[in-house]
Design a protein around this ligand. Structure first.
Ligand SMILES: Cc1ncc(C[n+]2csc(CCOP(=O)(O)OP(=O)(O)O)c2C)c(N)n1
Ligand SMILES: [Mg+2]
Length: 552
């Protein structure tokens, strides 16, 4: 037993769970934690200037490292501000411990300022939400929170920390950390049935998703594709590096359009889904995203994704990597030499239309736009891709300016690419700050729309404060171009209300400088590559504002 305060116990517990950075925005209810930080110098406090940024930074840290993250916000209004980012983290199953300071028990009953039902507020977006009511329970709660967050299906958890608990002192045992090893492979019978079913298909297709990154299954997924010679598509929400792009079987991401996905996948007689919600959509359509009755076999640990919207002939709740490790040899031995020959023929037939072939065509097409005035956003994407060193981490929230990004930038490593996944914008800038903190040896580039950046522009201050090797490429098209495009496409109207940043226009380079970040404004496309390359080489925070075509 150790005599310890709640505040110090809380920080000790986080450290023991592997936390190195505490993202936060402090208020009076967080003062006990701020006070205790002086006794925990190994824990880096990362201040973000609004709670949605706090959670998005922590989210980005995890997405670019796989590590458990912790962040702290201020009572009910702070948690309210954090909800959009918590939604993002919920969507990607980010193992994240979110805490909020809470008014002292009893005082809360009097309904003071800032008080609110924090647990109920957080509940829809977390795996577990709890308020600590006795200091003696704190170790059990933090240990359980860390275990729940990291156990697949991973996801955020929430703890409300009343001030009296943090300031109390008691003799308590801090206990020990538990990690549940969920890397399970299917039973021999299930595996046999799966291998047979896959081999019985004449035209199989693979769809890969987020669990490839989470279970580190890139090599195994590539091997399955090679052995079958079958095409591989990335799930419609192509938020990460879910497959090695220059593999000859890789075809790119499925479009987020019901009719198009149904047409593409309609060419196949078996859909092999690896760790993915394969056809998650955004905009409503009368059309189903999959052809009616298409046979599906699916593997993953996110049980809600298994046969969520479409029945699966075989659904295995199992780790993707562990399953593929045994599935590929089973397919090889059952398939025999004839499978090898078939796979080679199939791969040859994919070559003219795979990701690499499409990229070549696209580069030729976009290169024609060199010198266009105003600068073409696809040209900017190509320049950025050309400027990226191989070890860079790219965080992409470029909206209309990044429509070609994942067709141009090859995914090669597990943590090298991240896109906003849930549709909630304003994630990119703070996530890139978190990604950089998690990977101090790698340059990070954030590619962001001007509209998206304005939700969280003060992230630049945190980047400057920590002097991060972060380059922000900000695409200034003076507004919400995608919303304008959609108003025109869905409503036939070009009467754009509330979608332009004019009168006054925004000086992004000026904002960046005021937040301590070096900035350059670029109006000429041919200068871009040099400017980008030297900014990335400088290994310090810098914003490159590029004025791009805003035509709708
Ligand atoms: C939190 C949140 N608020 C509002 C929206 C609606 N929305 C989607 S895209 C967009 C505009 C994005 O603008 P920008 O980043 O400049 O990209 P552009 O369309 O100009 O390429 C808005 C407002 C959203 N998706 N999420
Ligand atoms: Mg814009």
């Amino acid at each position: 037993m150790t005599r310890i305060t709640g505040r110090s116990a809380f920080l000790s517990l986080l450290k023991d769970e592997g936390i190195t950075h505490l993202f936060g925005n402090p208020g009076t209810t967080e003062l006990p934690i701020m006070h205790a930080l002086k006794d925990h110098p190994e824990l880096t406090y990362v201040m973000a200037m609004q709670e949605s940024l706090v959670v998005a930074m922590a989210d980005g840290f995890n997405r670019a490292s796989g590590r458990l993250v912790a962040c702290n916000v201020h009572v009910a209004p702070g948690l309210g501000n954090a909800m959009g980012s918590l939604y993002n983290a919920h969507f990607t199953g980010t193992p994240l411990i979110l805490t909020a300071g809470q008014q002292e028990q009893g005082h809360g009953l009097m309904e003071p300022l800032l008080y609110g039902p924090l647990v109920r507020m957080a509940e829809p977006l977390v795996k577990w939400a709890v308020e600590v009511t006795r200091l003696e329970d704190l170790p059990r709660i933090v240990r359980r929170a860390a275990k729940i967050a990291t156990t697949p299906p991973t996801g955020p958890v929430f703890i409300s920390l009343p001030g009296d608990i943090l300031n109390a002192e008691a003799d308590i045992e801090l206990g020990r950390s538990t990690r549940v090893d969920a890397r399970v492979a299917p039973s021999a019978e299930a595996l046999d049935a799966l291998a047979k079913r896959i081999l019985s298909a004449e035209r199989p297709v693979i769809v890969v998703g987020d669990e490839i990154v989470k279970s580190n299954a890139h090599d195994e997924a590539a091997l399955l594709a090679s052995r079958l010679g079958c095409p591989v598509y990335q799930q419609t929400v192509d938020c990460g590096a879910h497959f090695v792009s220059d593999h000859p079987c890789y075809m790119g991401a499925l479009p987020r359009n019901q009719q198009q996905t149904s047409k593409i996948l309609g060419a196949y007689d078996l859909l092999i889904v690896l760790g993915s919600d394969p056809v998650r959509m955004s905009v409503h359509s009368e059309h189903e995203p999959l052809p009616y009755g298409i046979p599906i076999v699916q593997i993953g640990l996110v049980d809600n994704d298994l046969a969520k919207n479409f029945p699966a002939e075989i659904a295995l709740k199992a780790d993707v990597r562990e399953t593929l490790r045994v599935l590929v040899p089973a397919i090889e031995s059952a398939g025999g030499p004839s499978l090898g020959k078939l796979a080679l023929d199939r791969i040859e037939s994919l070559k003219p239309r795979n990701w690499s072939a499409n990229r070549e065509r696209l580069v030729r097409e976009i290169s024609q736009k060199k010198g266009a005035v105003p600068i073409d956003p696809d040209w900017v994407a190509l320049q950025v891709v050309d400027a990226l060193p191989s070890n860079v981490i790219l965080v992409d929230e470029g909206l209309t300016s990044s429509r070609r990004m994942s067709a141009l930038r090859a995914h090669r490593d597990r943590y090298g690419y991240h896109q906003m996944a849930s549709g909630g914008i304003g994630w990119g800038l703070p996530a890139s700050v978190g990604a950089s903190l998690a990977n101090p040896d790698r340059p990070v580039v954030c590619y962001s729309g001007d509209g998206s950046a304005m939700y969280s522009i003060q992230s630049l201050w945190t980047a400057a404060h920590h002097n991060l090797p972060l380059t922000v490429v900000l695409l200034n098209n003076s507004g919400y171009r995608i919303i304008k495009q959609r108003l025109q496409a869905f409503h036939g109207s070009r009467h754009f209300v509330g979608m332009d940043f004019r009168e006054p226009s925004i000086d992004f380079a000026g904002i960046a400088r005021s937040l301590g970040v070096r900035a350059t404004r670029v109006c000429e496309g041919d200068k871009l590559l040099d400017i980008l390359s030297s900014a990335i080489e400088r290994r310090a925070p810098e914003l490159i504002e590029v004025l791009v075509d805003d035509a709708v």
